[in-house]
Design a protein around this ligand. Structure first.
Ligand SMILES: [Zn+2]
Length: 268
């Protein structure tokens, strides 16, 4: 079974949903992609009925709080579970060097001594770079530089699913032109979207390097993408979000549109 278990769908500051992060599942093997902004990651994993002790691979796109902070409660529990012999095997974290530095520093400063020893023995960092490939959950995962405009690094990835379809995760910034050739005709693309076109003046997504639904839909239509997952949104209209965003996207995009709520499951 290949699917996405959606843990969160919100942008940087959301109260009505968790921040965008998800589990990519390949036959009960899980890649956790981003961790949200806090301890709610633990509830969300429980809520999609996945045993945390079965998660051994974690990808972190960049160092912003809404993608990174969940790693600390997560590692805190994993270290505890290793101590209690509930968690077998290593934890692989795939992230940029600058992200690794923050994680290591914070953990060394804040974890109990016993947990720090367990952390050193069991957490393996992989310093990701553009074009590098890793075998993760039986997928060949290729790292994509997302070319953020800000002075930080941000990575996404692409992979071929076991069902033959191509899948790309593009973090929380608009798809860079430098990646158009890689996304062209993709079967699945996960893309950020901040708000609807009509809200452009109010929320000004372009100023913070985010997109409107229309922006993304038009762009992905040009690139011939087949299935589009939209998330990392404002939470001002969370009850109507699925309907309104889908409606707008479908005006410009002829493929399938998914605007999931937290805890939804998407079959790939
Ligand atoms: Zn974000």
């Amino acid at each position: 079974m290949e699917r996405i278990l959606v843990l969160g769908t919100g942008g940087g500051l959301t109260l009505n949903c968790y921040n965008t992060c998800f589990l990519l599942e390949n036959n009960e093997k899980y890649l956790l992609v981003d961790t949200g902004a806090g301890a709610q990651i633990l509830n969300q994993i429980q809520n999609v009925k996945v045993d945390l002790n079965n998660i051994h691979d974690i990808f972190i796109s960049h160092k912003h709080v809404d993608h990174l902070l969940g790693i600390f409660p997560l590692l805190r529990v994993i270290c505890q579970n290793i101590y209690k012999n509930k968690y077998a095997g290593k934890v692989n974290i795939y992230c940029a060097k600058e992200v690794r530095k923050i994680i290591e520093e914070f953990i060394l400063q804040t974890f109990h001594g016993m947990h720090i020893d367990i952390y050193h023995e069991n957490v393996i960092f992989h310093d990701i770079q553009d074009g590098q490939e890793y075998s993760i959950i039986d997928y060949q995962v290729k790292i994509l530089n997302l070319y953020p405009k800000e002075d930080i690094v941000q990575f996404g990835f692409q992979t071929k699913l076991s069902n033959g379809k191509s899948f790309a995760f593009l973090g929380d910034i608009p798809c860079s032109e430098k990646n158009y050739d890689k996304i062209q005709n993709a079967d699945w693309v996960c893309h950020e979207v901040f708000c609807m076109e009509a809200e452009n003046e109010i929320f000004q997504p372009h100023k913070i390097n985010h997109s409107t639904v229309k922006d993304v839909a038009e762009n992905m239509q040009k690139l011939g993408v087949k299935n589009l997952i939209l998330w990392h949104t404002k939470d001002n209209c969370i009850q109507q979000r699925k309907e309104l965003y889908t409606q707008e996207a479908k005006q410009y995009f002829s493929g399938n549109v998914y605007v999931p709520n937290d805890l939804e499951v998407i079959e790939l």
